[in-house]
Design a protein. Structure first.
Length: 228
């Protein structure tokens, strides 16, 4: 793994696919909704939606599948997914350990998720992750979603930390591009969609798990810094 060359003053977290194992559930709901309405959705189309803001997902669907009633399909998917979130979605391995460690160190943290505010709050409260985050920025809070840098710049501003001193943990290509555009250092922990050659060429750090990301961070926080 490529070591970190700075000690982050803040760590910003994506939510879906990074902290919460939700992408599989979303895809399953789209497929179930398609079945209910007697249509089909291609797997590559669903993968292309990973990490995108809701309105970008709708735009992609309209472009790729103009034959579908996207509004009705989306409403059915949303109802199915709401129920899954209420039942509780699993967390990604290592996330609680990482967040508790950063909390104990006093490292500022924020969520920066493309998910709309209502759904993001639902997920963070149902999962219990909300206790680790004084700042949550959602897709409802910015004009230009990922891969634009707006959401990360807003999160850094609310934390009072300069972008170049922020580390970002992301699973998706749009999120990585947003972090880089914000002048931040991303570590990518891919979920369902492996990084494309174009994403790998960006030269950022890509690790296999949150535990690996935790290892990179531990190497930057010396015992002296922990006691500061």
């Amino acid at each position: 793994m490529m070591k970190l060359d700075f000690t982050p003053a803040a760590v910003l977290f994506d939510m879906d696919g990074l902290m919460i194992d939700s992408e599989k559930a979303v895809m399953a709901c789209w497929l179930e909704a398609a079945d209910i309405h007697g249509v089909t959705l291609e797997e590559d189309l669903l993968h292309a939606m990973v990490g995108l803001h809701e309105k970008l997902c709708i735009a992609l669907l309209r472009e790729r599948r103009p034959d579908l009633d996207i509004r009705t399909l989306g409403e059915t998917t949303d109802r199915l997914y709401h129920d899954k979130v209420e039942q509780g979605l699993p967390l990604k391995p290592g996330i609680i350990e990482l967040l508790q460690w950063l909390t104990d160190l006093g490292v500022p943290r924020a969520v920066a998720t493309s998910t709309r505010r209502e759904r993001a709050d639902q997920k963070l409260h149902r999962s219990g992750l909300i206790r680790f985050f004084p700042i949550v920025v959602t897709g409802s809070d910015i004009e230009h979603p990922k891969p634009a840098p707006d959401i990360y710049l807003k999160a850094a501003n609310l934390l009072g930390v300069a972008p170049q001193h922020c580390l970002v943990l992301e699973d998706s290509e749009p999120g990585v591009r947003a972090a880089l555009a914000a002048g931040m250092t991303p570590i990518q922990v891919p979920d369902l969609k492996p990084p494309s050659p174009e994403v790998i060429a960006l030269g950022h750090r890509i690790v296999g798990s949150l535990t690996d990301a935790h290892t990179l961070l531990r190497a930057r926080y010396t015992p002296c810094e922990q006691g500061a």
